[in-house]
Design a protein around this ligand. Structure first.
Ligand code: NAD
Length: 351
């Protein structure tokens, strides 16, 4: 056994069907009495229902969260926090809503309760990505980590099949990169492997029956594990490429992760075969090809072409992806990244 350092997350995790009904108890346990409920415009009705459930503990709803946490939206929300004298936020939604709650907490230190309705995993990380003037920056700070996460699979029953698939693959990418992270530890590896197994078992069931409650619970459990891995250890080439494509070419977040994952896993398997062995076994023996077959079988997007990217964009994407690279188990150079992007653009099965 290699030496390692392990720091457990201090967040409280509440998991189970119907558990979001206890949200008031979570607010009270934090010593708070004036929660502002956050959501995207799309989930306003659900946020209002949650606010009603909070009763006297709610000061209202701010349903203005959007993708990539623009600072202007955070500033508008901060005015509502001030006007309502909110003493905590309750974020109901996916990574975009969680991002807004984190942005408020980062600036005010208000406690957060998050009720995730996708599998993105942001709720268990101390990381905030935000955009200002079209530029995305990332900060990591203890104040950003939500204090309480309520995983209630009932609230994910309405997540459309396509989003369930891509969101699940987005989470799985955190786990795959966690397996070869430089700062991995035995606990992050256990979590990554069981997170991958949970999605391998649940996503095919959800594709056939979106409202299968056991599969929904299994997928949300996978999201917790994979998100925790993201919050605990460093990410590598896969996340760098996805940030490049999302940041410079505006490709959709979860879908980009879904397309890239088999290709980056295959690329890194050459240098991290041992680290990826158990994960490869979960997908038929080959991590890249196995993940691609799995993604195809559940109807995931397979090609960057589908996001409107043209072949010439790949040259610029390769240039950006090799600038300020993250640590990666396999050394990277522009030629190999350009080849990898070409395969992902064409949508071919990686070797
Ligand atoms: P999202 O939060 O943008 O949600 C996409 C859309 O789906 C929204 O309109 C949302 O309201 C809707 N939606 C969410 N749950 C639903 C449900 N159960 N039923 C119906 N509709 C639902 O998508 P996402 O992929 O969860 O989050 C992406 C964002 O999260 C990106 O900005 C990404 O950078 C960020 N993120 C951050 C971290 C981190 O650790 N900082 C980790 C992962 C993702």
């Amino acid at each position: 056994m290699k030496n390692f350092t392990y720091t457990g997350s201090p967040a409280r995790i509440v998991f189970g069907s119907g558990r979001s009904a206890d949200v008031g108890a979570s607010v009270e346990a934090l010593g708070c009495r004036r929660a502002l409920v956050l959501a995207t415009p799309h989930q306003r009705a659900d946020a209002e229902a949650l606010s009603d459930r909070l009763g006297a503990f709610s000061v209202g709803v701010f349903a203005g969260a959007v993708m990539h946490t623009p600072v202007e939206v955070t500033e508008t929300a901060l005015k509502v926090v001030k006007d309502t004298e909110a003493d905590c936020v309750v974020s109901l939604g996916g990574g975009s809503t969680t991002g807004l709650g984190k942005a408020i907490a980062y600036r005010t230190d208000l406690p957060q309760v998050v009720i995730p309705t996708t599998y993105a995993g942001s709720e268990v990380t101390p990381i905030l990505g935000q955009t200002e003037g079209g530029r995305k920056t990332t900060v990591r700070n203890a104040s950003i980590l939500p204090e309480v996460v309520i995983y209630d699979p009932d609230l994910t029953l309405g997540l459309p099949v396509g989003m369930s698939v891509t969101s699940g693959l987005n989470a799985m990418a955190h786990a795959v990169e966690g397996l070869y992270a430089q700062d991995r530890n035995p606990v992050s590896t256990l979590m990554a492997l069981d997170g991958l197994r949970a999605f391998r078992d649940s996503l095919p069931v959800l594709v056939k029956s979106t409202e299968d409650t056991d599969a929904r619970a299994e997928a949300l459990y996978g999201a917790w594990l994979c998100g925790t891995v993201l919050g605990t250890v460093g990410m590598a080439l896969h996340h760098k490429i996805c940030h490049t494509l999302g940041g410079s070419f505006d490709t959709p977040h979860a879908e980009t992760h879904a397309v890239m994952l088999p290709h980056t896993a295959a690329f890194n398997a050459e240098a991290a075969e041992q680290e990826l062995k158990a994960a490869a076994e979960l997908f038929g023996g080959s991590i890249g090809g196995g993940l691609w077959d799995f993604a195809k079988s559940i109807g995931a997007p397979l090609s960057l072409k589908d996001f409107g990217l043209v072949e010439a964009d790949l040259d610029r994407a390769a240039d950006i992806a090799v600038e300020n690279p993250y640590w990666n188990p396999r050394p990277i150079d522009r030629t190999s990244i350009r080849t990898l992007l070409q395969k992902a653009w064409e949508g071919v099965r990686p070797d």
